[in-house]
Design a protein around this ligand. Structure first.
Ligand code: SF4
Ligand code: SF4
Length: 472
């Protein structure tokens, strides 16, 4: 949800895909979408920081519900010893997935915690005890070694999907949708294209960028396996044109595989699934529909690297790359950390807070969640921690709407945010519905651009909750 990120004016990056001579053969998209905003990206803080491996923390706290869909049922009891990667939770429904110990140790008494998104959740804490590879050894164990890009026909589509579920994979781009549900064969809707999302359009965050630069072949192997599982004829990786070193690394890794790279225009929210599909294949996902309605499966680059590990090495998701950045962090970094580590431990690993640190956000400032408790644990969907200074935060006071229409101009879903927000404010559910409130995916573009500092996304969010609850 929009976190009061300061609007420094639009800084346009006008490099067109065609102008760069990289227009894709066979793809009708123009490399961009209508509307959106150009917030300052602040990626220079951490984009050149190679991924560092965090030492094993003394404790992790693993939420039993880390994905869209159903929670996990715990498979272990307090005082039980678990090994690194051991199954500790099993999905309760098809749209759910498994959970694994991210460190070796002793399971503690379950506790209920508040996650960064404000949801209260049952957890399994694990006190570390025993050996876990560290430093380069852990990196090599997770991303190193040879990743095959040929001979993958030996992997059966249904088995690929099963391996993905057994490994507990969810979309690592933030949505945390169980990956085996997306990457599953035999769906009634045929998939012709797998789009791998390497846009990372959220300001500040650079974890996907670093992964594309440092571990491109694992991403390619995962994409080939996922493409095989869904029966896609074509695989294309979408990357924004402010990440050309990643494009170069991926181009080298895709050599001879038939995978194409779509260099799309840098604009927020280019990383939204619907807008990336629009930019690449010029198809509009119907309102309330899914990418599969237009024959597309779409998944994030980090998820693809995890798919490769799950299928080739039968290893579960226990760690992920997280950007720890913002003017409030002493050494902005990209960190390979265990799921369940606390945000406070990540901050300590990155040198602590600067004197001006003012707001902690799980994720980036456009769609992330502000939270206050540094003991809050990281979940599978956490791609970043952004600590903004007072200067970076927009502390403007809300004033009356001046009817400038800017929020309408930037909304990538062609909504009328000001009217939806006012309907929500007055708890007029029928009116909110008429304005298509549920089509809002809370990108924050409207709030970012609003000169009256109206908390448009917060209001819309409340309205969506009322609609979901059946109105009042
Ligand atoms: S109304 Fe929703 S989708 Fe449109 S700009 Fe605002 S937050 Fe984004
Ligand atoms: S941008 Fe803000 S001030 Fe302008 S119309 Fe929208 S809500 Fe009103």
């Amino acid at each position: 949800m929009f976190q009061g990120f300061r609007n420094d004016g639009h800084k346009k990056n006008e490099i067109h895909v065609a102008a760069m001579g990289l227009k894709l053969e066979g793809y009708p998209g123009s490399g961009t979408f209508a509307h959106g905003v150009h917030p300052p990206d602040h990626k220079k803080l951490s984009k050149d920081a190679a991924i560092r491996v965090m030492p094993t923390p003394e404790m992790v706290v693993l939420a039993l519900h880390q994905n869209i869909g159903g929670p996990c049922d715990p498979m272990v009891k307090p005082r039980q010893t678990v090994q690194w990667g051991e199954l500790i939770g099993k999905g309760s429904t098809f749209v759910s997935t498994t959970l694994h110990a991210s460190v070796p140790g002793i399971v503690q008494r379950p506790v209920r915690v508040t996650l960064a998104n404000g949801r209260h959740m049952d957890t399994l804490p694990i006190k570390t005890e025993g050996e876990l590879p560290s430093g380069q050894d852990l990196w090599d164990e997770i991303f190193g070694g040879d990743w095959p890009t040929t001979g993958l026909n030996a992997y059966e589509p249904t088995q690929i999907s099963r391996d993905i579920n057994d490994a507990g994979l969810v979309g690592l781009g933030g949505a945390a949708f169980p990956t085996h549900v997306k990457i599953t064969p035999g769906d009634k809707k045929p998939i012709h294209t797998l789009i791998v999302n390497g846009c990372e359009c959220e300001p500040y965050l650079t974890s996907d960028y670093r992964l594309m630069v440092e571990a491109p072949v694992s991403i390619i192997t995962g994409a080939l396996l996922a493409g095989r599982s869904v029966g896609a004829e074509r695989i294309v990786i979408g990357v924004e044109d402010n990440k050309m070193p990643a494009v170069a690394a991926l181009k080298k890794a895709t050599d001879g595989t038939g995978i194409q790279i779509a260099v799309v225009k840098t604009k927020y929210p280019q990383g939204s699934e619907k807008h990336l599909i629009q930019a690449v294949i010029k198809r509009q996902v119907p309102l309330g529909g899914l990418p599969s309605d237009v024959g597309v499966a779409i998944s994030n680059v980090g998820t693809m690297a995890a798919v490769a590990r799950a299928v080739i090495h039968k290893k579960p998701l226990t760690h992920r790359v997280i950007s720890v950045t913002g003017g409030g962090i002493v050494n902005p970094s990209n960190v390979l950390a265990p799921i369940g580590v606390s945000f406070g431990a990540l901050i300590d690993f990155c040198g602590g807070l600067t004197p001006g640190a003012a707001r902690m956000v799980a994720g980036g400032p456009m769609m992330g969640f502000a939270f206050a408790n540094p003991n809050t644990p990281v979940t599978k969907g956490t791609g970043g921690l952004t600590v903004m200074t007072r200067d970076e935060v927009n502390a403007g006071e809300e004033t009356a709407c001046v009817r400038c229409g800017k929020c309408v101009d930037v909304c990538p879903m062609n909504l009328v945010p000001t009217k939806i927000a006012m309907a929500s404010r007055h708890q007029d559910i029928a009116l909110s519905r008429r304005y298509n409130i549920m089509a809002c995916f809370e990108c924050g573009s409207c709030a970012y651009t609003c000169p009256a500092h109206i908390p448009l996304v917060q209001l819309i969010r409340v309205g969506k909750a009322l609609v979901a609850a059946g109105g009042i």
